[in-house]
Each structure stands twice: as C-alpha cells, then as structure tokens.
Design a binder for this molecule. Structure first.
Ligand SMILES: Cc1cc2nc3c(=O)[nH]c(=O)nc-3n(C[C@H](O)[C@H](O)[C@H](O)COP(=O)(O)OP(=O)(O)OC[C@H]3O[C@@H](n4cnc5c(N)ncnc54)[C@H](O)[C@@H]3O)c2cc1C
Ligand code: FES
Length: 270
C-alpha cells in the first residue's frame, strides 16, 4: 500500500499543472524583525500541494525587483482554501513583500518543483531546518503526520527571542531546538545536537544554509542514512528556461527549479 502511495506521490509532482494566479493576502503577520507570514487565498480551489514545492512570487511596486522570488509553501489549510508563506527579509524583494496588507493582491506562479519523498513504514525520520530553511518543514511535518509518521524536528535559531512558529511545529512532531547562545534548547548549531548520537535515524530531510546542509549530508553519507536536502539556489525564471539555478550532480547538470529543489544528497557533487 505504502509503495502505491509513493508512486502516486512522485507522479503527482511531475504532472501537477502550474498556475499563474492573482491571490489575495488575507493575513500578513510579523513574527519578529526579520520574519513574517503571508496567508493567501484565491478565487479557485488551491491545488494539492506536495511538501517541498515552492511558488515564484512577483514583487510589484519596485523597479529593481522585476524577477520573481522563490518562496516555499509553508503551511496549507484546505478547509479555508488558503496557504502560507514564511518569509525572511533578505533584500529589496522580500522587504517589499513584508509591506503588503490584508486585501492586497500577490501574483504567483505555482506550485513549482519536486517534493520530498514519502518514507516507508519503518523509517525513523528527522527534519532539520535553520534560517528561512525551516519554512518548507512545517508542511512536510504535517504531510508526514497525515500519512501516519511522527517525525523528530530539529530547528536552529540564533537565540530564544528569534524562535518562530514553535507551537505549530510542536503539533507535527517531537521538536528539538538549538540556539547559538544556549538561551533555549541545546547551545550551538543543529549539526552538533545530541539527537544525532541518541537516535538512529533512517531518513533525514534538511533545509537551511549550504554549510549546514553539507554537514548533515556528510553525516548521513558516513552513516548510510537516506538524506534529502532542499536547495535554495538563486533563481530567475523558476521553470527551467534560464539555467541560472544549475546544480552539478552525478546525473549531470540539473535545474534546481524543475529537477529540485529537493535532491538526494548522494546525487549531489558536494
Ligand atoms: C526553492 C526556494 C525556496 C525558498 N523558500 C524561501 C522561503 O520559504 N522563505 C524565505 O524567506 N526565503 C526562501 N527562499 C530564499 C528567497 O528566495 C530569497 O531570500 C529571496 O529571493 C531574496 O530576495 P530579495 O529581493 O529580498 O533579496 P535580494 O536583494 O535578491 O538579495 C538579498 C540577499 O539575499 C541573497 N539571496 C537572494 N536570493 C537568494 C536565494 N534564493 N537563496 C539564498 N539567498 C538568496 C542574495 O545573494 C543577497 O545576498 C527560497 C529560495 C529558493 C530557491
Ligand atoms: S530558475 Fe531558470 S532554469 Fe531554474
């Protein structure tokens, strides 16, 4: 049964129709100086998203941000017909998005990219996120939970005051936290957390800064653990046309936007 679900899951990721749509901002919630959440709804029924997929968001009202910005699907509420984007202010585009108010219209190309693969019944699963890389992990956690899995979730923050969405992650699995100053959870970085020595994971999903993902990837390769990472390469078109998001893999050069953003670390030439 699980293998049937898995096949459907993979087929769906490739066959899912892409939309270009105007969506309405129903909430813009500021979480701290850097992060905010946009909740969006549309006139049509939202698609059946897969965890790891993203949207290319048009940034209106700024002449310097003509390229769309890639942002992961953070959370989905099918009953409300809405979904959320968790965004970190990095530059002009994301700053402009942080200024949107309820009722504003946001144009998206979505859902884009592949997805994290579904585990098998016996898997012990860990999700690892840092920075804006925690964004796709909430929807992934919920997706896993709805398929009968209870993942461990390890999230890294700078300090206690920077912790966001804690309650939401708690609802999807067993949450562990690191802070750089030790103000909550274990002191240090996710890569040094004790879950790695006290548990035997068979599958690790990871999204965050490159150095963090490379370190987790190297740990997984040494221990022969299946590991998937979601890359945050710079993107322009998001649909495989401009080749600016190329990643070097054992299968040759692949586009992060259509062949990813999720890759098995054994396929990456890291
Ligand atoms: C598939 C994918 C999913 C993403 N999901 C999210 C998400 O859910 N939430 C979120 O906050 N961010 C996410 N990002 C990163 C986000 O797209 C960038 O932070 C954003 O495009 C920056 O735009 P800007 O105009 O604000 O900054 P810019 O002015 O374009 O750049 C500001 C700084 O951010 C850096 N930057 C630009 N683009 C990226 C990028 N793609 N990755 C890392 N650094 C970048 C630039 O090098 C520069 O140093 C995702 C990226 C990808 C590829
Ligand atoms: S962003 Fe243009 S090919 Fe990937």
């Amino acid at each position: 049964m699980k293998s049937v679900i898995k096949i459907i899951f993979v087929i769906n990721a490739f066959s899912m129709a892409k939309r270009i749509e105007d969506l309405k901002v129903i909430v813009n919630k500021r979480l701290n100086n850097d992060f905010f959440i946009l909740e969006l709804t549309g006139n049509t029924t939202i698609p059946d998203f897969l965890p790891g997929q993203f949207a290319q968001v048009r940034v209106d009202g700024s002449s310097e941000t003509f390229l769309r910005r890639p942002i992961s699907i953070h959370d989905v509420d099918y009953e409300k017909n809405s979904f959320k984007l968790l965004i970190q202010i990095a530059g002009k585009g994301t700053k402009r998005l942080s200024e949107l108010v309820t009722g504003d219209i946001l144009n998206l190309v979505y859902p884009l990219g592949n997805s994290f693969s579904l585990p098998s019944g016996k898997d012990k699963i860990l999700l690892v996120g840092g920075g804006c890389g925690i964004a796709p992990l909430l929807f992934l956690g919920k997706y896993l939970k709805s398929n009968g899995f209870v993942p461990d979730i390890l999230l890294g923050f700078r300090n206690r005051g920077r912790i966001i969405e804690f309650e939401e992650y708690l609802e999807t699995g067993n949450v562990f936290v690191t802070t750089e100053d030790g103000s909550l959870g274990e002191k240090g970085y996710v890569t040094t957390h004790s879950v790695f020595s006290s548990n035997h994971y068979s599958r690790i999903y990871c999204c965050g800064p490159d150095t963090m993902m490379k370190s987790i990837a190297s740990y997984c390769k040494n221990k022969d653990i299946l590991c998937e990472v979601s890359l945050e390469n710079l993107m322009a078109c998001g649909i495989g046309a401009c080749l600016c998001c190329i990643v070097d893999t054992v299968k040759g050069n692949l586009c992060t936007c259509i062949d990813g953003p999720v890759f098995n670390v054994n396929d990456l030439k890291w």
